[in-house]
Write a protein that binds this ligand. Structure first.
Ligand SMILES: Nc1ncnc2c1ncn2[C@@H]1O[C@H](COP(=O)(O)OP(=O)(O)O)[C@@H](O)[C@H]1O
Ligand SMILES: [Mg+2]
Length: 288
């Protein structure tokens, strides 16, 4: 078996430790991420998602437990730059992540810092912009782009460093519905077509429709970890305010309670329609 890309073991983190204001933000987390996974992390406000994200590229170090990236311990100071190259982070506000006045210069920033030769930088910038569908905008000014386009440029800037994994912390939260959809579509394509490992962190379960696996967090702990369909079907067990089951999972549960025999995992309109048709003995949608 291949080595996990990320391996978190008994991770604990306390803000302001040894003071009366101590906050236990992570309280014994363990999980690993395999290359090529699309992992969603969901949880209410304050559940510890951002604190976890910051441990994945050594912005924070464990109070106890370990975080390994491709076998490298984040506490190993000599490994820190290699870890940050491997785990690319995208944050909530795209404006804070764009530094240059032209899109392609922005995307070149990372590979330039890696000290790569100019020809290789140009090649990587071209590939990264193509990967997120922003080639035609390469000479534009980033501040004139839409929110969704800005996040795609930010993603391209990370891809240009050839990371092993993209970690996105509420990267869709500030976007309008169209921008949110275009960023999610970009991530799905990067994962499916290019095999990029994705960790998408969000307070909103609706964002995680493309995840293959979902981890749900509450008060610094993992409360559910499993195939996306199974976690979505149990979404109302996840504490934390604005979560709420996606409509299809909710509908499927109601129908099950009404006695319809539905398989787990029908959480898109098409899948649920097919499952209902099959359960009612009508054949699939296509046959109707
Ligand atoms: N810089 C900080 N100082 C003190 N407490 C913090 C800090 N950042 C986060 N916390 C606390 O740690 C807990 C987890 O926060 P966070 O990781 O930001 O959760 P989430 O991203 O899920 O909203 C919360 O109780 C939060 O108030
Ligand atoms: Mg957060």
């Amino acid at each position: 078996m291949s080595e996990p890309l990320i391996e978190v073991t008994d991770l604990r983190y306390v803000y302001h430790s040894d003071t009366p204001q101590a906050v236990v933000a992570l309280d014994g987390l363990s999980f690993s991420v395999e290359p090529g996974e699309y992992l969603g992390i969901v949880g209410g406000n304050g559940s510890g998602k951002s604190t976890l994200a910051k441990h994945l590229n050594a912005l924070l170090l464990p109070a106890s437990g370990t975080v390994r990236v491709g076998g490298l311990d984040t506490r190993d100071r000599a490994a820190i730059w290699e870890i940050r190259r491997r785990v690319g982070m995208i944050f909530q506000n795209p404006d804070n992540q764009l530094v240059a006045t032209v899109v392609e210069e922005d995307v070149a920033f990372g590979p330039e810092n890696l000290g790569l030769p100019p020809a290789m930088i140009r090649e990587r910038v071209g590939e990264a912009l193509a990967a997120v569908g922003m080639t035609e905008f390469r000479r534009r000014a980033p501040h004139l782009l839409s929110g969704g386009q800005k996040q795609r440029v930010a993603i391209a800037g990370i891809l240009a460093m050839r990371p092993a994994c993209l970690v996105l912390d509420e990267a869709t939260t500030m976007l309008d519905p169209a921008g949110r959809a275009e960023v999610l579509e970009t991530l799905a394509v990067l994962n499916r077509r290019d095999g990029v490992t994705i960790m998408l962190i969000s307070h909103a379960m609706e964002d995680l429709a493309d995840a293959g696996r979902i981890i749900a967090m509450d008060r610094g702990r993992i409360v559910l970890d499993g195939p996306a369909a199974r976690v979505m079907a149990r979404a109302d067990e996840i504490p934390g305010g604005r979560l709420g089951a996606p409509q299809m999972a909710k509908l499927a549960r109601w129908l099950r309670e009404d006695g319809l025999r539905l398989p787990e995992g029908a959480h898109t309109v098409e899948a649920l329609a097919d499952a209902v048709a099959a359960a009612a003995g009508l054949g699939t949608q296509g046959d109707v």
